[in-house]
Design a protein around this ligand. Structure first.
Ligand code: ISL
Length: 563
């Protein structure tokens, strides 16, 4: 067996800077705040910090709209603050990975300001400009060059009055898509990446990187969207040149550098067949994908804001398929949460400490690289948003206004946003029971969850049964047991509606993971050889393993070992 790369036994921790820790009292988290809390990460034992965007930005999408890739936004601090954070992360034996958002820029980026200034501008072709669709006149309804619906509601095209042409934006109108067909665009991105690596960063998490190659004909998609709009996915996802672009990036940016780097391709909608190509080490594209199949299983026919209950069998089928598909070649990320997803303990759990630790056990015992999203290690929950005024996210606000304009009941729209909205992940980290959860001395940009009075880091440090310590033990298990990192995976009880069970095996070492992901007691029969196994880890919910039968209290999770 070839030696596994370092990141196969690593755990990544995602920091969303706006909501992590505020050192200035302006209510917005910042780099100095992050640096002041590195003890927390070290205690948890994570290997890599992924920093969501800190670059100069109008903050239309909380920094995923960048106007200068080589400057730090003043709300987060200065480049010197960044260098100090990086040095401190390294000092503590961790690595720092930057968010690379290069499918699009901000409309306030100088590249776009130039591009929009005239049809003859040398940077015109750096973005996707198209005239109105025949026979329409620019500005008329239906004149957009394609029928595609934006991820953030409405058409993916906005008319620019200066030249009377439309520009493409898969996300908000303030996030115009770069034209990667143009070699100057690619060279500019490579140069910027080298600049950050020269500064000492350890790699990149690449935002929607499977969208950078579009089919240049830009054809209409099936009209499955809201208000007659279409789905352009087949035209912009995993386009004809995406593998070429990623191989070129690897060569241009990483060739000749020594170090332990990490590249992660965030790829909404990627298939496992394509994921295997993207992460086959022999092809030199990215180290791992970050895919969304398992967090789309509770989306109804109307999409994420039309949620339906999760069927655990679907979750097992999805995660199990990815384990098999990337078993020999390729690598996957493992996550329940990021800054775009509702909190898992509210979504697939029941809000309890037991459900948080049971879900964590299941995820962290899969093969792949686990990601912990800030606050997840505390069991932070969704937020009780009272009304639309409590929401901040551009996706949620756009959806609310369009849905209500289209005649939907505002209360019903809010109910869906409460369950699925991205702001659930973005409330401030709950450090203490004090004023604003110890996040800020001022007024936070988004309300702190009132449950911080009992759900907070300070309360958990001294409690060995806390969610925090359970995550710490799971991370330690991955570091110390090669079977967790690289062992084979076999799903068990695939048809059981409430119990998630699987086996991991490496040479003579076998681990059995059994978790009751339901609020009622469950009894399952195990293969007879497990009768003599020893428990390596369990959460606080009770269980009883007698001979080959396991009786599992609600949300009980255990890991057994056979050697
Ligand atoms: O959460 C989503 C919207 O329903 C996803 O489709 C999400 O937009 C998608 O996974 C891409 O996310 C990334 O790019 C976006 C940014 O808003 C997200 O925060 C980022 O993670 C545009 O840069």
């Amino acid at each position: 067996r070839p030696t596994a790369p370092w990141w196969t036994s690593a755990v990544v921790y995602q920091v969303y800077p706006r909501s992590f820790a505020d050192s200035t009292g302006d209510g917005i988290g910042d780099l100095v705040g992050i640096t002041s809390r590195l003890d927390h990460l070290q205690r948890l034992g994570v290997d890599v910090v992924w920093l969501s965007p800190i670059y100069l930005s109008p903050q239309a999408d909380n920094g995923y709209d960048i106007s200068d890739y080589q400057a730090v936004d003043p709300v987060f601090g200065t480049l010197e603050d960044f260098d100090r954070l990086l040095a401190q992360v390294h000092e503590r034996g961790m690595r720092l990975v930057m968010d690379l958002v290069v499918n699009h820029t901000s409309d306030e980026h100088p590249w776009f300001v130039e591009s929009r200034s005239g049809k003859d501008n040398p940077k015109r072709d750096w973005y996707w400009w198209r005239p109105a669709r025949e026979p329409f006149t620019a500005g008329e309804p239906g004149a957009e060059p394609t029928n595609w619906e934006s991820f953030f509601s409405g058409p993916t095209w906005t008319l620019d009055e200066t030249t009377g042409e439309y520009y493409l934006h898969l996300f908000d109108r303030k996030q115009p898509d770069l034209n990667w067909e143009n070699p100057e665009v690619r060279a500019a991105v490579h140069e910027m990446m080298r600049w950050w690596l020269d500064r000492g960063v350890d790699g990149f998490r690449m935002d929607v990187i499977n969208f950078i190659s579009k089919h240049p004909e830009l054809r209409d998609g099936p009209t499955t969207g809201t208000g007659g709009l279409g789905n352009g996915f087949a035209q912009f996802a995993t386009g004809p040149r995406v593998h070429e672009f990623l191989q070129e990036m690897r060569r241009e940016v990483f060739a000749g550098r020594t170090g332990n780097f990490l590249t992660v391709g965030e790829m909404p909608g990627v298939t496992w067949e394509d994921a295997r190509l993207f992460t086959d080490p022999a092809r030199g594209e990215v180290d791992m994908v970050f895919q969304f199949e398992h967090v789309s299983l509770d989306h109804g026919p109307g999409g994420k804001f039309d949620p339906k209950p999760l069927d655990l069998r679907d979750l097992k089928a999805s995660l199990g398929r990815w384990q098999t598909a990337l078993g020999e070649t390729g690598w996957n990320s493992l996550y329940w949460n990021n800054h775009d997803q509702p909190r898992v303990v509210s979504r697939f759990g029941d809000g309890s400490r037991e459900s948080a630790t049971a879900l964590a056990t299941v995820l962290h015992l899969h093969r792949g690289t686990p990601y912990v999203y800030q606050g997840e290690e505390l069991g932070m929950t969704n937020a009780p948003f009272a009304g639309v005024d409590d929401l901040r996210d551009v996706e949620s606000l756009n959806h609310f206004h369009r849905a209500v304009e289209a005649g939907q009941d505002p209360e019903a729209v809010l109910t869906a946003l409460r369950a699925m909205g991205r702001d659930n992940a973005r409330t401030p980290v709950q450090w203490t029971a004090d004023h604003e959860a110890g996040f800020t001395d001022g007024t936070p940009w988004i309300a702190v969850n009132p449950n911080h009075t009992w759900l907070n880091a300070a309360a958990q440090y001294d409690d060995p049964h806390s969610v925090f310590h359970h995550y710490r033990r799971l991370i330690e298990l991955r570091h110390t047991r090669p079977v967790v990192a690289v062992g084979d995976f076999t799903m068990l009880l695939a048809d059981h509606p409430h119990v998630y069970a699987f086996e991991r095996r490496l040479d003579d070492v076998r681990l059995l993971v059994v978790a009751n992901l339901h609020g009622t007691e469950q009894t399952v029969d195990l293969a007879p050889e497990w009768a003599g196994a020893t428990a390596v880890l369990s959460n606080t919910a009770g269980h009883d393993v007698d001979a080959s039968r396991a009786i599992l209290q609600p949300w009980a999770a255990l890991v057994l070992e056979l050697t």
